[in-house]
Design a protein around this ligand. Structure first.
Ligand SMILES: *Cc1c(COP(=O)(O)O)cnc(C)c1O
Length: 383
């Protein structure tokens, strides 16, 4: 079999994006202009949210979500132990304390039972991460949030295109946050989106996103006449990024179909390999956005992950790890909060023994067949 090169992720940028960026650059409006506005409207429409607000990244959308809930020093926010570092860092940025909870073995998602056990009188919000695009148990989590009067912030960075009983992740909790980093479902180079159905929250977020002005650029009839009513940031997206986003969003359905077909085909072809646990793409009414095919090796270490990854990489198959260290076990958090090494066993297992395989729109059927063959071959060699 001839060697192929299959990177884990590769952004799909076409002539439409290049033309749109060139158009922005030859005009006079480089930021908070018509492209940002259309991207917001199209995105809100696409996922069924009342508001979509462009941001400079998913991280800044997450930070704005916490600020909009008035999360501050002395508060606690529940965060899954297995997530991107951004989900924890934004809690720290607010001066609050992240309370990490371990995740479900089968899906890597936060478990409502463990969330409930971690709630104290200081708890203000729950960060829900839809791990690798499979929606978490939102009905269980929303019930807890309602009973305890807590906000739910959905980190939907990998969940664009997922479905939870007919609803899009990012439209169920108090607010949702999306990422348009190059390896995500669609890209704006860097960029993010905050979604919400709450009009007041949307207004607070727009204000915090832009320095704390009391009125938007359009509302400033007399230029330069405004007041600052809150401590705000500059977390905006540029017009060139939004122009790319508008083009990318129009291609999302095609991207998602490719992802689904690739992932399902790969899953079927490696399903008989008992040594691999393949994370599910469906659970009850939850349907994944197919970010990647995530396989986990036995917890007993009988297959060496480093050797498995090198075997695949040497054969040209790109891989990723989500995430290489359980967040509370990273030096920053471990030093600050003094966690015992075995505090988050499931997150730790996933961090040590998981391998993410590509299924993005840059992957074709021949690539999938090739990956399946190389996975089988590498495992046979290592066992
Ligand atoms: C990528 C990612 C982020 C951070 O997104 P940025 O746009 O890079 O800030 C946060 N959470 C999760 C789950 C992610 O995958």
């Amino acid at each position: 079999m001839k060697k192929r090169e299959i990177p884990f992720g590769r952004p799909q940028i076409g002539d439409e994006e290049k033309t749109a960026v060139a158009e922005v650059l030859s005009g006079h409006i480089l930021t908070h202009g018509p492209y940002c506005q259309s991207f917001e409207e199209l995105f809100a429409d696409r996922i069924g949210a009342r508001h979509a607000i462009t941001t400079s990244s998913c991280t800044t959308a997450l930070h704005l979500s916490l600020l909009a809930q008035d999360v501050k020093a002395g508060d606690e926010v529940i965060v899954p132990a297995m997530t991107h570092v951004a989900t924890g860092h934004v809690v720290e940025h607010c001066g609050a304390r992240p309370i990490f909870v371990d995740v479900d073995t089968a899906t890597g998602n936060i478990d409502p039972g463990m969330v409930e056990a971690a709630i104290t009188e200081r708890t203000k919000a729950i960060m829900v991460v839809h791990y690798l695009g499979l929606p978490a148990d939102m009905s269980g989590l929303m019930r807890i949030a309602r009973d305890r009067g807590l906000a739910i912030i959905e980190d939907a960075a990998l969940a664009l295109g997922a479905d939870y009983g007919g609803k899009a992740p990012g439209t169920i909790g108090s607010s949702g946050c999306f990422s348009f980093y190059p390896t995500k479902h669609i890209t704006t180079m860097e960029g993010g989106m905050l979604t919400t159905n709450d009009d007041d929250l949307a207004a607070r977020v727009r204000q915090k996103r832009a320095f704390g002005y009391d009125r938007t650029l359009n509302e400033r009839k007399v230029p330069g006449v405004y007041d600052i009513v809150t401590l705000g940031y500059n977390y905006r997206m540029s017009e060139a990024q939004a122009a790319v986003g508008v083009c990318q969003l129009s291609k999302l359905d095609g991207f998602l179909e490719r992802r689904r077909n690739n992932a399902e085909s790969l899953r079927q072809q490696i399903a008989d390999l008992d040594v691999l646990t393949i994370f599910p793409f469906q659970q009850d009414t939850a349907r994944s956005s197919y970010y990647c095919v995530n396989v986990t090796l036995p917890a007993d270490g009988s297959v060496d992950r480093g050797a498995f990854i090198s075997g695949l990489n040497d054969a040209g198959v790109g891989t990723s790890v989500h995430y290489p260290v359980a967040l509370p076990m990273t030096t920053y958090y471990r030093d600050k909060y003094d966690y015992a090494p075995d505090s988050y066993p499931i997150a730790h297992w996933i961090s040590q023994q998981t391998v993410s395989l590509p299924c993005g729109p840059h992957v074709d059927q021949e690539d999938v067949d090739y990956m399946a063959a190389r996975i089988r071959e590498t495992l046979t060699r290592l066992l």
